[in-house]
Design a protein around this ligand. Structure first.
Ligand code: C2E
Ligand code: CA
Ligand code: CA
Ligand code: CA
Length: 273
């Protein structure tokens, strides 16, 4: 056997190599995932805070990998962003989510809305306005039924260009949600300029809401701020009945979280609605 020091070093470089190979392999697989129909959307319900009414869903992408099983977006979205694959992937997600919403409307749930996550890359470099307009037209959906979720960091990269696209979207009637609010690098000045209609409080502030007075103070400040800017306030990551009550009391409009409904495939979503 080799001496431990060298062995440790060898082990370290080998594991890096293995990781790199695995990533490369996964990227090759991802290129074929869309044409092979391996991507799927799960839908997490959005609820009115005051009651138990579903107002719509957030589409969350998964990858049904032939060997590795169902993969969460964290395992392939960053890779898709680095490789540019996020552009076709993002268009697929938007199209599939709108197709699903069309089907739900046709089934009688014609007030439901659909939220779709946008990647920074998509935001900066695709012809997003045309894509969104064409997709809505294709599925005969009014723009007001679609919410696009952007993270604070997303739009920060090129503020002026981003604002122009965001204004184009809101002019069309699409809703803009600032996702993961409170975790990015946003300034209040920036928030003021954003044509957003919704603010989504990151689940990091919701987790210890009941026991941590600082988190509670932050959440109530975000709600107050959102109110004064006439934004709809959503809290994500609601895992307990206590959190739900608390957030409703603080004046949150909409809630999402495992306590109310986990992300589900379309069939389960309708069954549980
Ligand atoms: P996100 O947009 O912040 O989505 C919320 C994430 O929190 C989802 O994870 C959801 O399953 C999870 N979640 C929901 N309720 C709870 C809860 O009560 N407790 C906890 N602990 N987690 C909860 P998911 O589906 O793994 O997605 C992770 C991230 O991947 C998303 O975060 C979003 O940034 C990204 N993502 C997902 N789908 C897409 C997509 O179609 N396009 C892009 N660009 N990004 C996506
Ligand atoms: Ca989101
Ligand atoms: Ca979020
Ligand atoms: Ca997040």
């Amino acid at each position: 056997t080799k001496d431990t020091g060298r062995n440790g070093y060898t082990f370290f470089t080998e594991s890096l190599q293995v990781t790199a190979n695995r990533q490369l392999r996964l990227l090759q697989d991802l290129r074929r995932a869309i044409p092979r129909g391996e991507l799927v959307l799960h839908y997490q319900p959005k609820f009115l805070a005051a009651g138990s009414d579903i107002i719509g869903a957030e589409a969350l992408v998964r990858w049904q990998h032939p060997e590795l099983g169902l993969l969460s977006p964290d395992t392939f979205i960053p890779m898709a962003e680095r490789s540019g694959l996020i552009l076709p992937l993002g268009e697929w997600v938007l199209d599939a989510a709108c197709a699903q919403l069309r089907a739900w409307h046709d089934a009688g749930h014609d007030s439901w809305t659909m939220s779709v996550n946008l990647s920074p890359v998509q935001f900066a470099s695709s012809n997003l306005l045309d894509t969104v307009r064409d997709t809505l037209a294709k599925h005969q959906l009014e723009a007001r039924f679609l919410t696009l979720e952007v993270t604070e960091t997303t739009a920060m990269k090129d503020v002026e260009a981003s604002l122009q696209i965001l204004h184009g979207l809101t002019d069309m009637g699409v809703h803009i949600s600032i996702d993961d609010f409170g975790t990015g690098y946003s300034s209040l000045l920036y928030l003021k300029r954003m044509p957003a209609t919704e603010l989504k409080i990151d689940r990091a502030f919701v987790r210890e809401l009941e026991d941590n007075s600082e988190d509670a103070a932050i959440v109530s400040s975000i709600i107050a701020l959102g109110r004064s800017l006439q934004l709809r306030i959503v809290a994500e990551g609601v895992e307990t009945a206590g959190q739900q009550q608390y957030l409703n009391k603080l004046g949150c409009d909409l809630l999402q979280g495992y306590h109310l409904g986990k992300p589900m495939d379309a069939e389960a979503f309708l069954r549980n609605a």
